[in-house]
Design a protein around this ligand. Structure first.
Ligand SMILES: Nc1nc2c(c(=O)[nH]1)N[C@H]1C(S)=C(S)[C@@H](COP(=O)(O)OP(=O)(O)OC[C@H]3O[C@@H](n4cnc5c(=O)[nH]c(N)nc54)[C@H](O)[C@@H]3O)O[C@H]1N2
Ligand SMILES: Nc1nc2c(c(=O)[nH]1)N[C@H]1C(S)=C(S)[C@@H](COP(=O)(O)OP(=O)(O)OC[C@H]3O[C@@H](n4cnc5c(=O)[nH]c(N)nc54)[C@H](O)[C@@H]3O)O[C@H]1N2
Ligand code: SF4
Ligand SMILES: [Mo]
Length: 750
């Protein structure tokens, strides 16, 4: 047999970002020969980016951990899985027995891209039983979830721009040409933006930087960082003043019957006339009025707002107002406006039309009293919860697929705090900046040795899609899948011996999932018992069993026979390019889960922050502010260990406008000292016209090369850690989300 005859062509969804592209991967044995975009993929149709193309390099990366690592002195040595779990049981069980809250947990971004973790983290969290649960959500999209939760009743019920059918797209604080989109799953964002323009529509971008996305748009308005809430309120002010609201509400049809708080939110906008906010925003009153009119006059319009609008002082207010405008212009739950996906698995639970709303404020952080949201505490409070002595102090930590030492605010404090813990465990494929603090590192498997299904992102997708990818390469039998690791840790945290069998717990989890799923209001399996449903998925176990249950009991499921053409895992295995269930459809009022059964346009937890916003109108901020940026070839703090992605021009530079560079006296390629309230660092200068004077930009996720890490390539391209400068005391008042953009800084020649 020749080498080529042994090659096999396989298909799978890329697990690296929210675009969820279909990949065609050619393998020879366990080796990846070639990765291309899958032209037959029902959603991405061949689109791929440089990261997806690097999946083979990630799989082959020699620095990926193959065994658990145990810390001895200042370095780590390989250990067996049994030894690692025994050590964890020995050290952790006494801490847990004394106080469950003494164990903290941090979950990072890749959890959302990992089927094992999406399904089993909750089991693990429950078995730890601690209130000290943190995640990257509070460094990211939490404000959007909280705002949507108060408006529509569910933290998963987020309105997604119907980009393929809109005539006017306003993009705020997002750079999907670099990030490939977030909270809006849409492979090939550039192609979709171009299509809006080709069919006669318009695209406007509001961003302090002239990003790649801004360059694709008809218009770019450079906003002062942090001013989005002012701008959004003044758009509402204009809609009211110019009589657009009635016209907009008329477009909503029956949905308008479910609106509460229209008058109240319109009245709040009184304070924000375009002339009042223009100096705060750096956008003229005329530009604001034109924008409001364009949104109102477009047949179908949508505002898409992301990272930049969430990770700022008024992130939740901004996220809320975006959907208020989408509603007042008649574009909520309407084709070409913003709509609610109806995923085939794992969608919003509960009865249609009414619910309990979202849970917040049930407990708070010990030191600063920051409120719980959706079961989590703000990551900005993590360091102080570890380093402040007293009852309830965190003494041990788990990090799961997270690198908070690079990603969370005031990392120098967090580093010290982690170093002072009694015990720490990281589940991570790398020995990196965070896991170097762990007493035990449990490696996560290569993406190619695990299966994949985007349970999280089909909830945020511009079309209703379903695609399953089986593992492509067989794992070393000694190397557990991540769900098995999570269940073993769950057993340990529940006080069981380290070598306990996990199958009983997995059966229990499956039964619990089945109970919930057969009880879904629109389940084709309703009437069936949970036991029967579980039995019908035999002999599957683990994530495959749970996914099969979710699919078959879901709205498009086969109901174990009641709907023979419906979906099941078996069917998805055959449909290797995915199943397209079509464009989004209106879901009002069925998707509502607010206690009132109404769309709450002026919910009290959100309006409560408006007095603070009004007061901020008179605040005069001076000096430079720092924002972040993303690069296409990077992925937060990781994927930096792949030479093919990091080589080329330096990415971790401080971008500064020519005017400001002149004032300070720095040259392109020179060094600059950046100082904030909490820290300082020296960065390489990149002078560019693409950034607003007064604003400087530094990407996050860099600052490798720390002692004890074994990521050789990343360490050679270390860069500096922008989160040395971000301030953990600056948070969104409503949900404690971190302020990661608009950081006041001083600049000087280094
Ligand atoms: N200044 C500033 N800070 C930011 C941001 C910003 O824009 N500016 N962005 C914020 C945002 S949006 C986010 S989401 C956070 C991200 O913050 P984090 O989630 O804390 O960081 P990541 O860099 O995504 O780190 C992911 C970690 O997971 C590991 N990993 C990868 N795949 C797997 C897997 O399958 N299993 C396991 N167990 N581990 C895996 C990687 O090796 C890495 O250590 O950063 C935030 N921080
Ligand atoms: N290549 C790549 N892709 C990624 C990631 C990555 O690190 N690299 N990370 C992934 C993750 S975890 C996420 S959350 C997404 C994020 O995806 P996006 O939301 O698209 O995030 P960014 O690309 O950081 O774009 C945020 C934009 O907000 C702007 N901005 C900053 N402050 C303000 C402000 O006050 N107001 C306004 N209007 N704009 C502001 C910034 O200039 C920037 O252009 O990307 C994901 N995809
Ligand atoms: S855009 Fe995202 S999903 Fe698509 S190939 Fe790149 S990293 Fe993968
Ligand atoms: Mo993120």
């Amino acid at each position: 047999m020749s080498a080529t005859e042994q090659e096999r062509v396989t298909y799978r969804t890329c697990p690296l970002c929210e675009a969820t592209c279909g990949l065609e991967i050619t393998l020879r044995g366990d080796e990846v020969v070639k990765v291309r975009g899958d032209e037959a993929d029902v959603f991405s149709k061949g689109f791929i980016c440089p990261k997806g193309a690097s999946l083979g390099a990630l799989h082959a990366d020699p620095d990926r951990l193959k065994t658990p690592m145990v810390k001895e002195g200042n370095s780590h040595r390989p250990a067996t899985w049994d030894e690692a779990f025994e050590l964890i049981a020995e050290k952790l069980q006494p801490i847990l027995a004394a106080d469950r809250n003494a164990v903290g947990m941090y979950f990072g971004n890749p959890n959302a891209h990992n089927l094992s973790n999406l399904l089993y983290n909750r089991v693990f969290i429950k078995s730890v039983g601690s209130r000290n649960q943190f995640s990257a959500s509070s460094l990211d999209q939490l404000p959007k979830q909280i705002a949507s939760g108060h408006m529509f009743g569910s933290s998963l019920g987020v309105a997604i721009p119907d980009i393929d059918r809109t005539d006017f797209l306003l993009i705020m604080g997002a750079n999907p040409l670099a990030s490939n989109g977030s909270m809006m799953t849409a492979p090939d964002f550039r192609g979709r933006i171009r299509a809006v323009r080709e069919r006669g529509g318009r695209v406007v971008v509001i961003d302090p930087a002239r990003t790649r996305t801004a360059k694709e748009a008809d218009l770019h308005l450079a906003i002062t960082p942090g001013a989005d809430a002012f701008l959004l309120f003044s758009i509402i002010n204009t809609l009211v003043a110019e009589g657009y609201v009635e016209k907009g509400l008329a477009k909503l049809g029956k949905t308008a019957e479910f609106l509460a708080g229209v008058d109240e939110v319109c009245q709040l906008a009184d304070h924000f006339a375009p002339e009042t906010v223009a100096p705060k925003c750096g956008i003229t009153a005329d530009e604001i009025r034109t924008l409001a009119r364009d949104l109102a006059n477009a047949d179908r319009a949508a505002i898409y707002a992301r990272m930049g609008t969430c990770t700022q002082e008024f992130g939740t207010v901004s996220s809320w107002l975006v959907d208020v405008i989408n509603t007042l212009t008649g574009n909520l739950d309407r084709e070409g406006g913003v709509m609610f996906p109806d995923p085939v698995a794992g969608g919003i639970s509960g009865d249609p039309g009414k619910g309990r709303g979202i849970a917040t404020g049930r407990w708070a952080t010990r030191v600063r009293g920051l409120s719980e949201s959706l079961g989590e505490l703000p990551t900005s409070a993590l360091a102080e919860e570890i380093d402040t002595p007293g009852e309830g102090q965190i003494r041990a930590m788990f990090t799961v697929a997270g690198n908070p030492v690079l990603s969370s605010p005031n990392v120098e404090r967090l580093e010290k705090a982690l170093a002072g813990l009694d015990f720490m465990v990281s589940i991570d494929p790398y020995l990196n900046e965070t896991s170097r603090h762990a007493d035990v590192i449990l490696p996560a498997p290569s993406p190619l040795t695990r299966s994949h299904y985007d349970l999280a992102f089909y909830q945020l997708s511009i079309r209703n899609i379903s695609r399953y990818s089986p593992a492509l390469v067989e794992a070393d039998p000694e190397f557990p899948d991540e769900w098995e690791t999570l269940l073993r840790l769950s057993m340990i945290c529940a006080g069981q011996p380290a070598d306990s069998d996990i199958s009983g717990l997995d059966d229990f989890v499956a039964l619990e999932v089945a109970k919930r799923e057969v009880a879904r209001h629109n389940s084709p399996a309703s009437g069936m018992s949970a036991e029967e449903a579980v039995a019908a998925t035999s002999p599957r176990v683990g994530p495959e069993r749970l996914l099969d249950l979710l699919l078959r009991c879901g709205p498009a499921g086969d109901g174990f026979g009641t709907n023979p053409d419906g979906l099941s895992l078996d069917r998805l295995i055959v449909e290797e390019h995915g199943v397209d269930l079509g464009a989004l459809k209106p879901r009002m009022p069925e998707m509502l889960r607010t206690p009132s059964g109404m769309i709450e346009l002026a919910p009290e937890p959100l309006t409560a922050d408006v007095p603070r916003l009004i007061a901020a109108l008179n605040r005069h901020d001076e000096g430079f502010v720092l924002i972040g940026r993303r690069h296409l070839r990077s992925n937060n703090s990781w994927m930096h260990n792949l030479e093919g992605l990091v080589k080329g021009p330096k990415r971790c530079t401080l971008q500064i406008s020519p005017v400001d560079a002149g004032t300070i006296g720095v040259d392109d390629g020179g060094k600059i000292l950046i100082r904030s309230k909490v820290g300082e660092l020296t960065a390489d200068v990149e002078i560019t016209e693409d950034i607003l004077p007064g604003v400087v930009s530094l990407p996050h996720g860099w600052g490798h090369g720390l002692d004890g890490t074994t990521t050789k390539v990343a360490n050679a391209y270390a860069g500096v850690n922008s989160n040395v400068l971000t301030d953990e005391s600056a948070v969104d008042a409503i949900c404690g989300n971190a302020v990661l953009n608009g950081i006041p800084v001083e600049l000087a020649v280094a």
